[in-house]
Write a protein that binds this ligand. Structure first.
Ligand code: 1GP
Length: 257
């Protein structure tokens, strides 16, 4: 089973939780210890990446150590074509659709595609959308983004449908790491509803369901649950593991029900 098949099979039963680890923020051994703990608590995958250009040496070693201690799929979450390593299982092959710079929409992807192919990394096609979250986050600043206004879910719907029609399998509604305000539930619900609208099924096919990922600023179980109720298929948390491991455990429990 490849990583996408595992995600699809798990989602048929329950929503998923992904643990995001930024290789710049702790030693590789500590990252591996966190991954092992997240696996024990029921998280479904480890994402590795961060907005600042990750030191490739740290990235490589971090993924290697995580793979030694944890059986979960390791999915790269790259900020550029240089943040790639063949030691991971898969990567989010992502386009930051609401960037103002072609670099983050298609140029980094053009530069990285051959590396992905040569390393046999499984590409998980994803539309990355950054939503206003009360303050400028690193992802928004680094990605030269025009953030989606919190009270304009229709803009998120437009991007999400465009991504679906391009054949992308994941829509990531991102408030940004450490965000003050999380992605509004109304926006998650509007995107989910549009993606499920049967009159909009491209080619009339059931294949190619699109999964909604929500992350950024989620620090407690109630917030995670609210996003799931609104329609999120996958919840991503990163920062909370640095603040409180107990909270991380509670969030995973809440997502997995
Ligand atoms: C950032 O959505 C992720 O890309 C996770 O955000 O660090 O705030 O959990 P947090």
């Amino acid at each position: 089973m490849n990583v996408l098949e595992k995600i699809e099979a798990t989602r048929q039963k329950k929503p998923l939780h992904f643990t995001l680890i930024d290789p710049d923020r702790q030693k590789p051994e500590e990252a591996a210890e966190l991954a092992a703990q997240a696996e024990e608590w029921g998280s479904d995958a480890i994402m590795v990446g961060g907005s600042q250009a990750a030191n490739i040496m740290f990235l490589d070693e971090t993924v290697e150590k995580i793979k030694q201690r944890c059986r979960l799929p390791v999915i790269l979450f790259p900020s550029s074509h240089s943040a790639l390593t063949g030691k991971a299982d898969a990567l989010f092959f992502m386009s930051l659709l609401n960037s103002r710079s072609p670099r983050f929409i298609i140029e980094e992807q053009m530069a990285g595609a051959v590396v992905v192919a040569q390393n046999g990394l499984e590409p998980l096609s994803m539309a990355y959308l950054i939503v206003e979250s009360g303050a400028t986050t690193s992802a928004a600043w680094v990605g030269d983004v025009k953030p989606i206004p919190r009270d304009k879910p229709a803009f998120a719907v437009g991007y999400a449908l465009a991504a679906k029609f391009f054949g992308m399998r994941f829509i990531y509604l991102e408030a940004g790491s450490g965000a003050k305000d999380t992605v509004p539930e109304e926006m998650v619900a509007a995107v989910k509803k549009a993606l499920n609208d049967s009159s909009l099924k491209a080619g009339g096919s059931e294949a190619g369901k699109v999964y909604v990922i929500v992350g950024g600023g989620i620090r407690d179980a109630a917030t995670a649950q609210a996003k799931i109720r609104a329609g999120a298929d996958i919840i991503v948390t990163g920062t909370i593991a640095e603040e409180s491991r107990e909270r991380l455990k509670e969030i995973i429990k809440a997502v997995k029900g």
